[in-house]
Design a protein around this ligand. Structure first.
Ligand SMILES: C[S@@+](CC[C@H](N)C(=O)[O-])C[C@H]1O[C@@H](n2cnc3c(N)ncnc32)[C@H](O)[C@@H]1O
Length: 292
C-alpha cells in the first residue's frame, strides 16, 4: 500500500536511505514517554524543557540551538522554518523560549510523526507545526518566512544547489538563514560510520569555503563562521562515555534501543577522530537575504 511517505516531492534515492537511517536511530514517542517516567515526570505534565535531553539530534544539544537562535536574533512572532526538523526539539525550543511561530519540514515519516506527538504532549501545537516533506521541494509558497534554521542537515543532501535555492526561495527579502552545519575538508574522506551515514552514499559533505561561495552567489550577506569543531569533539567524547555507561548497564537506556546505542557509539568514535584531525568541521553561520 502506498503512503504519503512514498510520494514526497523532492524525494531521492539518498533521501530514502537517510529517512530509514534516522527512523532506526531517533527516539520514538514511546521511548520519550518511558524516559520521562523513569525520571519521575508524568508525561501529561511534561513541558518542552523536559524533552530537550532527548529530542535534539545535533552536536551541542540544547545549548547549540540556543546559540543559533541568539546569533540569528530570533524574536517573538517571527515566522521561522526549521528544515530537517527531526523529532522537533529545535522547533519547540525556538517557539517556547524565543516566541517564534515555527514550521518544521522533515523527510522521515516516523520522525515527523514523533515530532507532532511530542509537540502535542507539551501543548505547543498552536505555535509549532510540521509538514512531512523534503528540503529539495519545500512545501511552501515562497517568501513567507522571516528566517530559516537548519541544524545538521545539509551534510546528507547531495543536491546542494537545489537545497540552497529552496531555502532562499522561502525566505523574505532581508530575512535570515541560520545554519548549524557540518563541513568536510577538500580532498579528504572522513572515517565512517558517521552519525548520519553508515556508508559514503549517505553523506555529501561540502567544504566550508564552497558553502560560503554558494551563499554569496545566491545573494546572501554572509556573517562570520563560528567554529565549533573542538566543542563538537568534546561533545562526542562525552557521548562515547555515556553510550558505554548505557551498554554496560550502569545507566538506563535514555529512550533508545541497545542496537541504536551501539550504532551511535561507533559513529561518535569516528566523529571524535574526524573532528580532531580536521577531516570534519562543525559550526554556525547566519546570513541575510539581500533586499535588492
Ligand atoms: C541530524 S538530524 C537533525 C534533526 C534536527 N535538525 C535536530 O537538530 O534535532 C537530520 C534530519 O534531517 C532530515 N533530513 C535529511 N534530509 C532531508 C531532506 N531532504 N528534507 C527534509 N529533511 C531531511 C533527517 O531525516 C533527519 O531528521
Amino acid at each position: 500500500m502506498q503512503s504519503d511517505a512514498d510520494n514526497i516531492p523532492g524525494q531521492t534515492a539518498q533521501g530514502h536511505m537517510i529517512a530509514e537511517h534516522w527512523a532506526r536511530l531517533a527516539i520514538t514517542y514511546e521511548g520519550a514517554v518511558a524516559e520521562l517516567r523513569s525520571r519521575g515526570i508524568e508525561p501529561d505534565k511534561a513541558v518542552s524543557e523536559d524533552l530537550h535531553e532527548l529530542d535534539m539530534i545535533h552536536m551541542g544539544g540544547l545549548a547549540a540551538t540556543d546559540s543559533l537562535a541568539q546569533i540569528a536574533q530570533i524574536g517573538r512572532d517571527h515566522n521561522v522554518l526549521d528544515v530537517g526538523s527531526g523529532v522537533g526539539g529545535p522547533a519547540r525550543r525556538i517557539a517556547s523560549k524565543y516566541g517564534a511561530l515555527m514550521w518544521g519540514v522533515e523527510l522521515s515519516a516516523p520522525l515527523y510523526q514523533t515530532a507532532v506527538r511530542l509537540t502535542e504532549l507539551v501543548d505547543l501545537q498552536e505555535r509549532v507545526k510540521f509538514k512531512l516533506g523534503s528540503a529539495l521541494a519545500l512545501p511552501f509558497e515562497g517568501l513567507e518566512f522571516d528566517g530559516v534554521v537548519m541544524q545538521h542537515v545539509a551534510m546528507q543532501i547531495s543536491e546542494k544547489s537545489q537545497l540552497f535555492g529552496e531555502l532562499s526561495r522561502v525566505i523574505r527579502s532581508g530575512g535570515y538563514l541560520a545554519m548549524h552545519e557540518i563541513f568536510g575538508a577538500k580532498g579528504e574522506e572522513p572515517r565512517y560510520p558517521l552519525p548520519w551515514a553508515t556508508e559514503p552514499a549517505m553523506s555529501s559533505l561540502e567544504s566550508l569555503e564552497d558553502c560560503l561561495d554558494r551563499l554569496t552567489h545566491l545573494g546572501f550577506d554572509v556573517g562570520d563562521f563560528l567554529d565549533l569543531s573542538e566543542d563538537g569533539r568534546q561533545f562526542h567524547v562525552r557521548a562515547i562515555a555515556a553510550f558505554n555507561r548505557v551498554l554496560n548497564e550502569e545507566e538506563g537506556p535514555q529512550g533508545i534501543s541497545v542496537e541504536a546505542t551501539q550504532v551511535r557509539l561507533r559513529a561518535s568514535e569516528s566523529m571524535e577522530e574526524n573532528l580532531r584531525t580536521g577531516r570534519i568541521r562543525v559550526g554556525m553561520i547566519v546570513c541575510y537575504k539581500n533586499k535588492g
